[in-house]
Design a protein. Structure first.
Length: 408
């Protein structure tokens, strides 16, 4: 089996994903993805006729984000018409899966040059995508009642004993770390400015973070998901609270997550170039890292958010490594409880996890986040002169993709 080399990574800044505000809201999502694709191709003088595929993740594949946004973004980036595209769906985890599929195609020997990543404009998709995770299938719902991710986060925090204060402390630290990272230029190598079609600058910096966030400010926020418990649980005749009680007998759910301990609603796109060793050498492309292991994992769909721990174990087993062999971890901060449980269950120090903050501070553009996290991990390995990083994230349906990368 051949090696898959990561040649480079790039991403847009994350813009606030609210329809009434946010620097990117008036742009087409294809333009965001095309901005990243074009930047990567130009940096390395890639002949786009030689691209075997463009693999792009997008979670809400509706309206402007529907059809094959990968192919349309490649065309919008002025890639050769011979460069095909395919759009993938793994909810929040799609950005990692897109890169992993590209790596697997290269490692199999079937393809040599792929662009992979993801895009999501939540300012747009949250207004048009009304489908539930189970696509409104009542038969499946009887087998696996899928709650909202916020309720799932509170279920896990209550069951696992993560206090509101602990969650808030973690969240304040995420904001602080993101602020330091921005001041230190930690994101500069990957960050690509986005322009309007008329050439005017739309955004060249992170728009969402609030690095001055204090623990006291977070303590004053109202829990976000308590009111949902009184709403009808689809067409079951039960409320969310009643269905939770049936699914988790005896569990008293305390609502501990809020806007400050949940991932931010943002717009953005990210991508990477993945190539075979022979192709890269023949074109003078210098690799930054290799894919050492990739994996996917499922867990109880009712919990939704718990699969990253098992995915990390699977990755480490595939790579013949232990947690001590990993220098940095990126675990998506869908909610504060996700990385906190990850660190506790695997006995990993916070000094190695999400060292530049995460989605609580920076935002989570669903289909794009995974590709962004891989790029962030790679940039930070180089900044700290370290070697290996493990990247994973939860996804709806109780899934988690993951990857271990190693610097070259």
């Amino acid at each position: 089996m051949g090696e898959a080399w990561i040649i480079d990574a790039a991403r847009t800044p994350r813009g606030i994903g609210k329809p009434d505000r946010g620097a990117l809201v008036d742009l087409h999502p294809q333009r965001l993805m095309a901005t990243v694709l074009r930047e990567l191709a130009d940096r390395h003088e890639v002949d786009t006729e030689e691209i075997d595929d463009v693999i792009v993740s997008c979670s809400a594949q509706v309206g402007k984000q529907s059809r094959c946004i990968a192919r349309m973004s490649a065309l919008a980036a002025d890639f050769s018409i011979t460069a095909p595209g395919i759009t993938v769906q793994r909810f929040c985890g799609g950005g990692i899966s897109a890169v992993n599929l590209a790596a697997a195609n290269v490692m199999s020997g079937m393809e040599d040059l792929l662009f992979a990543g993801g895009v999501e404009m939540m300012s747009y998709s949250r207004g048009v995508d009304k489908a539930s995770a189970d696509a409104d299938n009542p038969e499946l719902r009887q087998k696996h009642p899928l709650f909202t991710v916020g309720i799932a986060a509170d279920i896990i925090a209550s069951e696992e004993g993560f206090s509101r204060e602990a969650l808030d402390t973690y969240s304040a630290e995420s904001q602080r770390r993101a602020g330091v990272a921005m001041e230190d230029g930690a994101f500069d190598r990957s960050l690509v400015p986005v322009y309007h079609p008329n050439g005017e600058l739309a955004l060249d910096r992170e728009e969402y973070p609030r690095p001055g966030t204090t623990l006291e400010a977070l303590a004053g926020l109202k829990p976000s998901f308590a009111d949902t418990m009184d709403l009808p649980f689809h067409d079951t005749g039960l409320t969310y609270g009643e269905m939770v009680s049936l699914t988790f007998p005896g569990l008293e759910v305390e609502h501990r997550h809020h806007a400050g301990s949940s991932s931010g609603v943002v717009d953005g796109a990210g991508g990477l170039i993945v190539a075979s060793t022979d192709y890269a050498r023949s074109r003078g492309l210098k690799p930054r890292a290799r894919v050492k292991a990739l994996a996917n994992m499922g867990h109880s769909p009712e919990y939704i958010l718990n699969a990253p721990v098992d995915c990390a174990k699977k990755l480490l087993s595939k790579a013949g490594m232990t947690t001590d062999d990993i220098d940095l971890y990126e675990v998506n901060e869908a909610f504060a409880v996700v990385p906190m449980k990850f660190m506790r269950d695997l006995d990993i120090d916070h000094e190695k996890v999400n060292v530049n903050g995460g989605a609580i501070a920076l935002g989570h553009p669903i289909g794009a986040t995974g590709a962004m996290l891989i790029g962030t991990a790679l940039d930070e390995l180089e900044r700290r002169d370290l070697n290996t990083a493990l990247i994973t994230m939860c996804a709806a349906g109780g899934m988690a993709p993951g990857v271990i990368i190693e610097r070259i």
